[in-house]
Design a protein around this ligand. Sequence first.
Ligand code: S3P
Length: 438
Amino acid sequence: MNFLAKHSAQLNGEVICPGDKSISQRIVMIASYLNADINITGFLNGNDPLSTANALNQIGAGIKINGTNVSITKREGPLASSSGAIDLGNSGTGIRLLMGFTSGLGIKATLTGDESLVKRPMKRVSIPLSEMGALVSTTPKGNPPVDILSGNLVDNFEYDMPISSAQVKSAILLAGLTANKKVTVIEKKITRDHTERMINFFGGNVDVTSEGEGRRITLHPTKLISKDHYKVAGDFSSASFLIVAGLIAKNSEILIKNVGLNKTRSGLLSVLKSMGANIQILNQKTECNEDVGDLLVKSSSLHGVEIGGAIIPNIIDEIPILSIAASCAEGKTTIKDAKELRVKESDRLEAIASGLKALNVPHYLYEDGIEISGVKEIFPSDEPIDSFGDHRIAMSFLISSLISTKDIKVLNCENIYTSFPSFFDEMNKLGLSMEKYG
Ligand code: S3P
């Protein structure tokens, strides 16, 4: 599915931010574990959370989905082993978190995914889980399918993560939760803390202390208490496409409502503000232990920045769209310490560089980052841009049409439905017209 975005649109209007992908996937897992009657609203009805919910149903969760509303009813029996392979589609979060979740439950499962997911590294999760006593195996190269057998997890397991990954941390915390064992995870740099917040929201005991630039996170075994309702916050990562669109489009002003503003996720706001962005936060509040608010975004003249170090895990999913902001910022933007981008849904550093080449935006690729020299206006080549089947790359380059002298064509946009199914409709409503082609 290829898309064409018209060039130089002006954006105006209001958008309601779609539900958070990370939170939607965590809540269906934790709610299945709670085994109680619970209604979830604001769920992201996108392919990744749907794959995770289907996976949980294969082990007996009984999740019912109706648009953005989800209901789970108290079951008779426990979650149980699955005989057939469980397909997590494109979702790295789904497979990695379920590796921990199922290992702790002591059930058997085979977890696999689409052609992108079966190339992604799983040893980062299978190694600590094995050290914890789980019986987990991957292919010799460390990829899915992942086989889980019923193991016995130790108590008081401590893991100092070699990479700062919220998926690894969450897999270990969920293994501790479902096995009812104490676990400690040390992260050298702070990563998104939705799992910790959600467990505590349901009466759990996750203790978090600062350690250097990172955190020490301990889950103490406690019986969780269910609530009848959970509301999923809007997805900051999806909002980031709208934010950058509003900033780089000429004479534009947009209001994005219900955006998740968790501090471990919304670092892009401070990066963009340091580049000169005009963004106001309105109506900030806390719901279900997560911060949310509305963002008023106005066209701004941006200038380049240098970023690296502890902010990177916070903005890891926003770097593709930040690269588009950098493309029209005055001067150079340098992004370093972001090697993790090479093992996302695509090698995102290569994918960004390849798209920028088609846009004729000067850049230099590093092993762990990229330097982009901003231009006033983009004069792209006639070649379509390859999204490498990656949702965030596809959305980023469609938005680059706002600063382009010609329409922009992007190939293989279907995976936009994994995280932001209403992207095309919302962008069209705001004024950026996009259509299928080819
Ligand atoms: C996620 C964590 C991040 C992020 C991914 C979602 C999560 O991955 O890139 O899109 O929900 O925990 P890593 O933990 O691999 O950095």
